[in-house]
Design a protein around this ligand. Sequence first.
Ligand code: GLN
Length: 486
Amino acid sequence: MASIRELHEQLTKKERSAVEITQEALDRIQALEPKLHSFLHVTAQQALEQARAVDAKIAAGEEIGLLAGIPIGIKDNLCTKGIPTTCASRILENFVPPYESTVTQKLLDVGAVTVGKTNLDEFAMGGSTENSAYQVTGNPWDLSRVPGGSSGGSAAAVAAQECVVSIGSDTGGSIRQPASFCGVVGIKPTYGLVSRYGLVAFASSLDQIGPFGRTVEDVAILLNAIAGYDPKDSTSLKVKIPDYAASLRPDFKARGKLRIGIIKETFGEGLDSAVEQAVTKAIDQLQSLGAEIHIISCPNFRYGVPSYYIIAPSEASANLARYDGVKYGYRAPGADNLLSMYNRTRAEGFGPEVKRRIMIGTYALSAGYYDAYYLKAQKVRTLIKQDFERAFKKVDILACPTVPTTAFKAGEKNTDPLSMYLLDLMTIPVNLAGLPGISVPCGFDNNGLPIGLQLIGKVLREDQLLQVAYTYEQSTSWHLRQPQLS
Ligand code: GLN
């Protein structure tokens, strides 16, 4: 599929109709899904209707926005009115939301074509999409490997060109990590930039919605459409949103000195040599493009994973209390009293990873342990934030690998949740501090698997972050490679 701008031009010049573009996406979905499994529901009928509405506008001579007629995939933890929203959990198997999330509503308002709901780790808990109760998504570069997670379906669908762009959510890396594994671009915005209204909550102080695309420009265009204040989300920020896409230039020299800090602690033990090489080369490239490179220490970075795995499960245990067989989705049949109905519903409805986190979170929040675990983890979170604040006094952007490895084989880490948790080493601190972070393709390993470079920006400096990512991307050809899927 072409880029958003190319498709927009084809539409406005009437070279192609929105229905034709949508049909191309739907055909590709039909051809690839039997082996890729990135979608939980394909909404072909609705997509074609949306496309027809765009075509009618064009025929009537009305102006259309950049996203009108563009096929988009939506992670299945965003509520979509009248369309099943399962969070890849049995407990929401039959849940059809009576309302629309702010992000999907904004997309519908600009005429985007939503082709379906993408697979994820159950309630976005995981890093491989293998925790889905329904299906295992393949990595388009090697179907025996995982696409990353938890937004694995959204990343794989874009890499395989089943849609042009997609929406994911990122609590500890769930946009950036699968973007890295699938060779696409993914950005987690500043906490509060994008409304979380209608996003099924996992860990509310960390969750953010963000876009995936094959290029930085596509991602910038999509971010523009979904960002902005929303009175329905009390953590949403009242700020002016710049035009991220319009200001992209393949050059940062013209804008004065750009200082990039390399996070020292992310290089070393546990880092794949192919990843280390690719990221080091990318940093050299940034330098040759005119950036000033500094080595920065973030000594508390390594406490990100342990504090996250107290904070996120604690918040999850509270957020997931609402699934009790009364209000939503699944109810275990045949229970003879209320308590046994609750217990059986949750025992049968939740998968093992979700149960593990509810138990950890409930324990960490229980009387007598709150101070020792939750409060302590929140204090560590402050230290991590201060590391970033110190760093951003010296530099404008921070750089490091997105993930220490490339995509692993499906099933490889199933018996060892800890090894899976460690994959988020470099993405989690960014969520804890509420900062924006982007992953851009920066190379391939010997197995032909993509590698991602993570760039981290100052609060609400998505404009600068995208600009630097764009300049880097335009000086390479990594984003032009495509997986060989027939
Ligand atoms: N992999 C991390 C986890 O399992 C992050 C998930 C996410 O960002 N949603 O919690």
